[in-house]
Design a protein around this ligand. Structure first.
Ligand SMILES: [Zn+2]
Length: 267
């Protein structure tokens, strides 16, 4: 099945293998997507206005195999702004990827992330540029470099989120990470001590990061690196945003607790 995520987030040439897709295009579901509208200047729902089997030459061939599909999406609100996706379907109809998209896949950075990454945000942006072109090896290398550069700070900043009872254990592990310069080893030392707030649905982002980094570039193609690069990117974004948010909410929580207690004490 084609997915919302595929249309909204996948860069060019990143393959979606969730097949088998139906070989008959009329059975493919049309999915609404949420993307930015340049006319409304906000996030909007876009609906698909044509059929999967509609192509430029007006043919109505339903066979999905070995085709480039042309999807036209229109903003539901202004009914004028259009997005286009050109999607290649493999011979066996089990893999699809974008060969083109208008407007182009955006190389945009989250403001929080840019601020936090500071001087490393340049490499992050380069990683995004590589991704947008399908250069997986390049993207992977940039994201790995960022991880190596910020790992100490990242693990340090997790300390504040550790539950009181585990603080000592975490501090000891953190000390131990300083004995190695290898990023994977550092991650390995602390990954099982991660607080639950950093484990969405029980998944351990540091564990995934560890295995993605270990897999490395060994004989990997652009194609498989693109996949790994995307995972590393998502984990970095998740960890950084989650750490910032947790700290901010803890700050505002203690501030409001303090004012409440002050009030009670009649100050
Ligand atoms: Zn619009």
């Amino acid at each position: 099945m084609i997915t919302k995520e595929f249309l909204e987030d996948y860069s060019l040439f990143r393959k979606l293998k969730s097949g088998p897709f139906s070989p008959e295009l009329q059975k493919w579901k049309k999915l609404p997507i949420n993307m930015h509208c340049e006319v409304c200047n906000s996030m909007q729902t876009f609906n698909m206005k044509n059929e999967y089997y509609h192509v430029g030459d007006g043919s109505n061939d339903m066979n999905a195999s070995n085709r480039v599909l042309d999807l036209k999406y229109q903003c539901q609100s202004c009914k004028s702004f259009q997005r286009r996706f050109f999607i290649h379907v493999s011979n066996d109809v089990d893999t699809i990827y974008k060969v083109g998209q208008y407007p182009e896949w955006e190389i945009k950075m989250d403001k929080n992330l840019e601020k936090t990454l500071n001087k490393h945000s340049i490499n992050f942006r380069k990683g995004l540029v590589c991704e947008s072109q399908g250069y997986g090896i390049g993207a992977f290398s940039y994201y790995r470099r960022i991880t190596e550069d910020i790992i100490d700070e990242l693990l340090n900043s997790i300390s504040d989120l550790i539950e009181e009872v585990h603080k000592k254990e975490y501090a000891e592990a953190l000390e131990k990470t300083k004995t190695t310069r290898v990023t994977q080893e550092k991650i390995d030392i602390v990954k099982d001590l991660l607080p639950s707030i950093l484990k969405p649905n029980g998944m351990n982002p540091l564990g995934v990061l560890h295995s993605e980094l270990s897999e490395g570039l060994h004989a990997s193609t652009d194609e498989s690196c693109l996949e790994n690069a995307n995972h590393i990117k998502s984990i970095l974004i998740f960890l950084i945003n989650q750490i910032i948010q947790s700290k901010e909410s803890a700050k505002s929580f203690s501030a409001s607790m303090k004012s409440l207690l002050d009030k009670k004490a009649g100050k």
